[in-house]
Design a binder for this molecule. Structure first.
Ligand code: TXD
Length: 315
């Protein structure tokens, strides 16, 4: 039997997630949005590419949560994107309302699903979903590190003129300006970039990675990035649904790892059919550790602004 994947929010990121999951034959996809007709139209268009591409996965558009029942994976992309000059945190209040409502409805009809959050501010939205769904931390995680690492890899390939396939990058921390790219763990064919580039070029790469989302927002003028974000989610979905035990940086609820507790923050985790199977604690220098803690503190201050209690999904 095929997996069932629900994507909530059929905007730029949602449609890209849905299309890539179908194209990769990860399962049948249900694309849901509040706007009537729009998810149905996009789903039909996506499915009409199946005969050309040659993938066997249905794509179904809907406005009704009943159609999402029994999903193995629910990807949450609904919410407002940033406008130029806005920080991800400026989206907190409106997107908290949207995410709480969507996760409540989705988790009621798919109580065994794994939830991947995409909506910004990412780490705080993961916490909203965890509290509303009541799911264990293994089944509520967020996409940011895969995208931020891909951005860093793209910048490394551009800077060094090498194949993107030879690059590997690690970006930890919250999905915001305080994220922590780790040049020591970022390599080209296994060689750290700190040995390949002068310090000022490494610093420039780190800075461009931190501001990678904002760079696209200001170029686009309206909306934010979606090709790389959509594919980053599909990579996580594949690791989970194909039980690959793949190690990827994901927003995860830490319970003492890295000396951080009760906060979502991006760290390397192993993803498989049960969701987050293991949190990896990699060796950090005192400076890297301080930066990770500062990033976790900024996530925590945002989490403190969330409503004290949410109506749980099973109420
Ligand atoms: O790395 C990351 N985590 C991110 C996050 C990378 C890129 C985008 N990131 C965030 O994802 C972005 O800041 C936004 O918060 C979300 C979605 O971004 P997208 O670019 O897809 O926004 P769109 O195109 O505006 O789409 C949002 C859709 C739109 O179709 C709305 O009608 C729908 O969300 N929406 C809803 N659907 C269902 N239910 C409700 N309540 C609802 N409200 C809005």
């Amino acid at each position: 039997m095929r997996n069932k994947i629900t994507v909530i929010g059929a905007g730029h990121v949602g449609e890209t997630v849905a299309y890539n999951c179908a194209r990769m034959e990860l399962g049948d996809v249900v694309l849901l949005d509040v706007i009537e007709g729009m998810p149905q139209g996009k789903a039909l268009d996506a499915y009409q590419s199946a005969p050309i591409f040659g993938f066997d996965a249905r794509v179904h558009g809907t406005n009704d949560y009943a159609d999402t029942a029994g999903s193995d994976l629910v990807v949450m992309t609904a919410g407002l994107p940033r406008k130029p000059g806005m920080s991800r945190d400026d989206l907190l209040n409106k997107n908290t309302e949207i995410v709480a409502d969507c996760v409540r409805r989705a988790s009621q009809v798919s109580p065994d699903a794994i939830l991947i959050l995409v909506t910004n501010p990412l780490d705080a939205m993961c916490e909203v979903a965890r509290r509303v769904s009541g799911f264990p931390r293994e089944r509520v995680l967020g996409m940011a590190g895969v995208l931020d690492s891909a951005r860093m890899r793209a910048f490394m390939a551009m800077e060094l003129g090498v194949s993107v396939e030879d690059t590997h990058a690690f970006v930890l921390g919250g999905h915001g300006d305080s994220m922590v790219p780790l040049p020591r763990y970022s390599t080209v064919a296994g060689v750290p970039i700190t040995e390949l580039l002068p310090a000022d070029r490494v610093d420039a790469l780190v800075e461009r990675t931190r501001k990678g989302g904002g760079e696209i927002v200001s170029l686009l003028k309206s909306g934010s990035a979606y090709y790389a974000p959509g594919l980053a989610v599909a990579e996580m979905a594949e690791a989970i649904l194909r039980d690959k035990h793949k190690i990827l940086p994901c927003a995860t609820y830490l319970q003492g790892e890295y000396g951080i507790r009760d906060t979502y923050v991006g760290v390397p985790v192993q993803l498989g059919r049960r969701g987050v199977e293991k949190v990896f604690e990699i060796e950090l220098t005192p400076e890297e550790r301080t930066a990770l803690h500062a990033s976790a503190d900024s996530v925590k201050s945002l989490m403190d602004m969330l409503p004290a209690s949410f109506e749980p999904a099973m109420a």
